[in-house]
Design a binder for this molecule. Structure first.
Ligand code: F6R
Length: 611
């Protein structure tokens, strides 16, 4: 996720761009840049770090010009640095591009452009776009952008200027948001409405595949096939705060809704066509996959939600790859005297990449000779620098303290690794490997389907938010999903909640169950339906109210539980990706019922950089 802006009109572009970028910093803040047409040429200024670093760099200098584009970055390809920051330009610096999204086929396009003699300066996918536009440029910038778009696979929102066309910018959108803002004698482009509100409230949300030529006095909008359309301009009456949250009441709600997009962005670029037919999993970040063949065990270390992703992955690695796997809390691991050898695959998971306990576990593992593979959301974080290899989740910045989209994107990375390991080791048949890939590709739509039914969960939360304890029960994958569900609920609703392995209830925890208890049974694994139904009966008979989250559609749990929420059909092993979403929503709506601010829960911080 990045923020992009564009300005064309009669005013100075630089202050307009910087002001608009300030409103988009929540979309990314590891580097920023602008390109302004000044004195007949493009002046490009870029800086690693927060927007302030860029502002300080250009303070006191006059970059005069009335056409420009700007960008605030959340790196996906290439470390945060001055050179990787956007705008990216063609070799002669006459075309500048800002981009939000992922060009999935950028590697192939890059190799082809290199074969045409183009020299690349960065590892960004965006530089490919600038060179491609240059390649197709025959005196008409709009046509060159249109031809380029037809070559791009993946998602983009982009804005382009050329020194040959001082009166216009070109904007295009596919899968990532882009809004046009209509002023008097000036027009704007932005990733999101907050960037526009200082100047105008008349906006047009570009539709899929559309491309626009934006001038100071008018805007021409076309479909991807080049047919002109009349934009339906809307008046925005939100305040800036609501606008930053995209119209959602809280960042947490927005981030839960971003999960379909975040999961797709994390999975799709890693799926390629296999040479012999079918599909394959490919991480460009990983140097080969032979290490899986020699692996004797996998150790996953992480904290909190990231550790829960590791617990799910433990089952996935054992099921798909038949490798003994442990999931350790990093805060404990750092004080162990761990047994590690060169055949152990050591994986650490961290959204921020800055968690002190996780970094300590990494340093310990490295000192014992382990090679560390990191899964993190933040390019350039301490973890990404210290690990031997790193894999990025593409969730975009997570602002709410309670982690949601980071969790599900960590999970899909771990599933991809487990499937690949299973295939490489011969533990997974080619058919099951293909089925696994298909399951992951189908998750975004299924997640969206659950989110569309959030009202059901909201009603349930309104009935249950006052329970004085909530227990999540389940076995294996469901138990792992329960751990994360219970953490979400306790973090933001301050309700005492715990997860229990369902079979363990009778060994002690059932003593806690009474009529002030809500038990949420995660019942997604078909072979275990009977077992979990008995557990539900045991707690019901002790007065608990029960809710089953299941993928059974036969009505089996209607008899057993007081309420049933059915998730879309999914292979049992992938169910945590879906079953956690109603639990996230439940936690959110319980917090709202109690009057808590879910974005800023008491006593918690987003990044835990102390022990
Ligand atoms: C829970 C949550 C925390 C983090 C934990 C690790 O919602 O966000 O439990 O998961 O503090 O943080 P990272 O993933 O940044 O290492």
């Amino acid at each position: 996720m990045c923020g992009i802006v564009g300005y064309v009109g009669a005013r100075q572009a630089t202050p307009a761009l910087l002001g608009a970028l300030r409103k988009l910093e929540y979309r990314g803040y590891d580097s920023a840049g602008i390109a302004v047409l000044s004195g007949g040429g493009l002046v490009v200024e870029k800086a690693k770090g927060m927007l302030q670093v860029l502002e300080d760099r250009i303070a006191g200098r006059e970059i005069s010009g009335c056409l420009g584009i700007g960008h605030t970055r959340w790196a996906t390809h290439g470390e945060p640095s001055d050179v990787n920051a956007h705008p990216q330009t063609n070799t002669s610096g006459t075309i500048a591009v800002v981009h939000n999204g992922i060009v999935e086929n950028h590697q192939r396009l890059k190799e082809w452009l290199q074969s045409q003699g183009v020299v690349f300066r960065t590892r960004t996918d965006t530089e490919t776009i600038a060179h491609l536009i240059n390649y197709y440029y025959r005196g008409n910038i709009f046509d060159a952008v249109l031809k380029t778009l037809h070559k791009l696979e993946g998602a983009y929102a982009l804005c382009v200027i050329s020194s040959d066309f001082p009166d216009r910018l070109i904007a295009a959108k596919k899968e990532n948001p882009l809004v046009l803002g209509f002023g008097r004698g000036e027009n704007f482009v932005a990733s999101d409405v907050p960037a526009l509100l200082e100047h105008t409230r008349e906006v047009y949300y570009m539709d899929e595949g559309e491309i626009a030529a934006v001038y100071g006095d008018h805007v021409d909008v076309f479909t991807g096939r080049g047919e002109r359309i009349i934009p339906r301009v809307q008046h925005v009456d939100w305040d800036v705060d609501a606008a930053e949250k995209g119209g959602y009441e809280h960042f947490m709600l927005k981030e839960m809704h971003e999960q379909p997009r975040a999961i797709a962005d994390t999975v799709k670029p890693r799926i390629i066509d296999a040479p012999g037919g079918g599909r394959d999993i490919f991480f460009e970040e990983l140097p080969g996959t032979d290490f899986w063949k020699d692996a004797s065990r996998v150790v996953i270390a992480a904290c909190g939600t990231a550790w829960h992703a590791g617990v799910v992955a433990r089952y996935a690695f054992e099921r798909f790859a038949r490798i003994p796997t442990e999931a350790e809390t990093a805060s404990e691991y750092r004080y162990k005297n761990p047994i590690l050898d060169s055949r152990t695959v050591f994986i650490v998971v961290s959204q921020s990449g800055e968690t002190a306990d996780t970094l300590a576990a990494v340093r310990l593992a490295k000192s014992r000779g382990a090679r560390v593979m990191a899964i993190t959301n933040v390019v350039g974080s301490t973890l990404s620098r210290e690990a031997d290899v790193r894999i990025y989740t593409r969730a975009g910045p997570e602002i709410a303290v309670a982690s949601t989209k980071a969790f599900t994107t960590q999970l899909v990375c771990l599933y991809l690794l487990a499937l690949k390991a299973g295939f490489v080791r011969g533990a997974l048949s080619p058919e099951d490997y293909q089925k696994g890939i298909a399951e992951l590709l189908a998750v975004p739509d299924k997640a969206a389907e659950i989110l569309a039914r959030k009202g059901v969960i909201q009603k349930e939360a309104a009935l249950q938010f006052n329970k004085n304890k909530v227990f999540f029960i389940g076995r294996l994958f469901d138990y792992a999903a329960g751990l994360e569900s219970a953490l979400k609920l306790k973090e933001i609703s301050y309700t005492h909640s715990e997860a229990f392995a369902a079979g363990e209830l009778k060994h002690g925890p059932i003593a806690l169950v009474d009529d002030r208890t809500l038990v949420i049974a995660l019942a997604t694994q078909r072979a275990l339906f009977d077992k979990i139904a008995s557990n539900i009966a045991q707690v019901s008979s002790r007065g608990a109210v029960t809710l089953a989250i299941t993928q059974d559609t036969s009505g089996y749990f209607d008899q057993a539980a007081d309420q049933v929420f059915v998730i879309p059909q999914v292979d049992d092993a992938f169910s945590p990706l879906l079953s956690v979403i109603p639990a996230q929503l439940f936690a959110y709506y319980c917090a709202i019922q109690k009057g808590n601010n879910p974005d800023r829960p008491r006593n918690l911080a987003k990044s835990v950089t102390v022990e």
